[in-house]
Every structure is written in C-alpha cells, then in structure tokens.
Design a protein around this ligand. Structure first.
Ligand code: KG4
Ligand code: ZN
Length: 365
C-alpha cells in the first residue's frame, strides 16, 4: 500500500488546502487550524455549476465531472493566491473522497493526490458528510459530544457526534432527503434549479396555512424522517389548481415549507428529549438545507424550548464549500491521521456503517 507523506509536526498549527467536488460545486479553500483547536478561513472559493445544469433541470453527473476538470486547477490557484500562500507552505491536502457523484469525486481525489505526490504532503481523505458535521467546530469551537441534524441534498439524518470519525446514526430518512424534496418541489412547480433557494424565495410571499399537507412520521417515538408523501400531496394539490398562478405557487411553497419545518422540529425535539436534555448535549444543524432561513428560525425556537445550546454555521458554510473539507482534514491531521495515496473514491460512505436499517427504508436511506 502506498503511504501518504509523513506528517511533520508544526508547533503552531496546520495550514490545509481543502478540495470539494462531490456534486455541482467546484470548491477550494485554505484553512488554518491552531494547536488550540481554533480555526481561521484564509480563503474559500466556490464555483457553482448551476448554468451548466440548468437546461436539464438537475445535476447531470457526466457534465458535473467534466466541469470540475475544467474549473478545479484555477480555483485551487485562486484559493492559494487569496490566502497568500504556496503549495510548499501547506501541511496537508484534504479532499472530499465521498460520498457523492463518482466522476466528480475522482476528479478531486486525483488532483489532491497529484499535489501530495509532487510536494510530498500528507493526503487527508475526508468524508463529505463528516465535513458538514464538523463545520460547527470551525465556526463555533464546540466540543464533543453533540447532536447533529444533517440536512442536505442526499442525506437527512440525526447523529450523535462522539469524536472525529465516531458517529452514531439515531435517525434517517426512509425515502427522500430533505434537499431532494425541496428540489423536486421546485421542479414540479417550474421554479428551476437549484430548488431549495427557489422554494424559499417563493414561500416568502405565500400563505403557509392554505394547504394542509401531511407531517410524515411526526409524533413517532423513533427519530426517522419521510418526505415522499409530502411531495406527492403537493403534486396532487398543484394538479388540482392547473393552471397555476403566482399566488398558488407561493402558497404551495409556503405550505410545503411549513410542513417541513413542523416535521424537522418534531423529530429534532424528540432527539433532544431522548439524547440531549439530561446530558446537555448541544445541537448542531448542518448541510445545505440549513441555509434555509425559515428552518433556521424554527430550529432556533425548538432548541430554545428545550433549553438546548444551538450551533448553526453561517448559511454559506452550510452549503458545499472547500473550507469544511479543509477543516475536517485539519481535525484528522491534528490526531495524527492521514491516508494512503491509493485511497479509493467512494460513491457511498456512511458515517455510521453499523447503523441498523430504518424500518421501511428504501435503498437510498
Ligand atoms: O450540502 P449541500 O450543499 O450538498 C449536498 O451535500 O447535497 O446541499 C444541497 C441541498 C440541495 O438540495 C439544495 O436545494 C438545498 O441543499 N438547499 C436549500 C437551500 N439552500 C440549499 N434548501 C432549502 N432552502 C435553502 N435556502
Ligand atoms: Zn453537502
């Protein structure tokens, strides 16, 4: 097995390049982690591929991979320049090695390995989901253990974070991820891509009480989620109204968002009651959907009602970015962990491989 370069000890801390290419954002960042555990984002450049995918109404994996190839080098050099450093100044190169669209993951991983080989730097193969879950340690300096609500385009999970690389999945979606439900709703209503921000925008002028959409799995003892029934209910409501006016679309989006918020706060509230309240576990909310302002407001109220400390990264660090990858790499490096240069890309990479499958869960859960 080919080992990565040996870790050199740096008394003050570590400077890490982070590379993210798992979906439709090509991103690179330079992050400093001091030995005291504090972080500093020196640069964070995110190039969205929205315009490449818009004609198809969603992310096309092959187009995404090709677009990463074209953009990544320039973005890495821009991140180095903005941070005022060179490859030789780095203490390690972190890259999201999965889970994600395999073509894009390969582009990022091969690029990171090349930099490591040429400059003799340690490779840090980061789990993209772990990077979301660790971001609050960069922005909020929070210590383990904590509760995580992870809401992204591909995942919706409740986790107990015990340490770097140590997660216990206590709840998951049994069908669609929350971001996926937002994206499908937007597509159905002709709001374009990416769907989450479009639904949030349309909902601002809508009446969230007009449609009585279901709150799937709410009130149940377990901590699982389901969004496909909600999506279907919205589809039927929209079909009944054709042709849809702007007010109808706004009301559908607002009613959908209110249903989502009720489900998320019900499930998260129960997680705090089950795991958090007696141990005073702080609650962390991460992933792209955590950029949604209505959700942030509702979660803030939910955490306050349960006397729970809440840490949510700023919206631009909830959606995919290179800083979170660099930080997760820095956390690993600080523990003396790094990865061999033959580390393989992973389309699927659960944070808790031993988690029991949720009852009724489909193949994606
Ligand atoms: O974490 P992320 O950037 O990528 C993945 O790891 O999947 O999450 C992307 C998801 C998409 O489904 C997108 O529509 C959703 O996050 N999203 C939002 C908002 N911003 C991004 N959903 C609702 N409201 C938003 N403001
Ligand atoms: Zn993500």
């Amino acid at each position: 097995m080919t080992r990565s370069a040996p870790v050199k000890s740096n008394a003050a801390g570590q400077l890490i390049l982070g590379i993210e290419t798992t979906c439709d954002e090509t991103a690179a960042a330079i992050v400093w982690r001091g030995v005291d555990g504090t972080g500093d984002i020196r640069s964070n450049i995110v190039h969205s591929q929205i315009s490449e995918h818009t004609p198809y109404g969603g992310v096309v994996p092959e187009i995404a991979a090709r677009a990463h190839v074209e953009a990544l080098d320039g973005i890495i050099f821009a991140a180095l320049k903005e941070a005022g450093c060179k490859f030789t100044d780095l203490d390690g190169v972190a890259v999201a090695a999965g889970p994600g669209l395999i073509g894009g993951v390969i582009v990022g991983l091969m690029t990171a390995k090349s930099i490591c080989l040429v400059h003799n730097k340690p490779l840090l193969a980061v789990n993209h989901l772990e990077a979301h879950a660790l971001t609050p340690r960069l922005t909020g300096g929070i210590s383990f253990p904590y509760l995580v609500l992870l809401v992204s385009g591909g995942h919706t999970q409740l986790l107990l974070a015990h340490g770097v690389g140590k997660y216990e999945r206590i709840g998951t979606t049994i069908d669609d991820a929350l971001g996926e439900a937002f994206d499908k709703t937007a597509k159905l209503l002709g709001l374009g891509f990416p769907g989450g921000p479009a639904v949030e925008e349309a909902a601002k002028t809508g009446n969230g009480k007009r449609f009585k959409f279901p709150r799937p799995l709410s009130g149940r003892k377990d901590l699982h989620f389901s969004f496909s029934g909600l999506k279907t209910a919205l589809r039927y409501a929209a079909q009944d109204l054709v042709p849809l006016g702007a007010d109808d679309i706004a009301d559908l989006c607002a009613s959908f968002q209110e249903a989502v918020v009720d489900v998320i706060t019900d499930r998260t509230g129960r997680a705090i009651e089950t795991y958090g309240s007696d141990k005073n576990l702080p609650l962390v909310v991460a992933g792209g959907v955590a950029a949604n302002q209505r959700l942030r407001q509702a979660i803030t109220e939910c955490a306050a009602a349960h006397n729970s400390e809440l840490i949510m990264p700023p919206p631009e660090l909830c959606t995919d970015n290179g800083a979170m990858i660099a930080w997760a790499g820095a956390e690993r490096l600080a523990l003396g962990l790094n990865d061999p240069l033959d580390f393989g890309p992973k389309a699927r990479w659960p944070l808790d491989p031993d988690a029991v499958r949720a009852p009724g869960a489909g193949v994606k859960a």
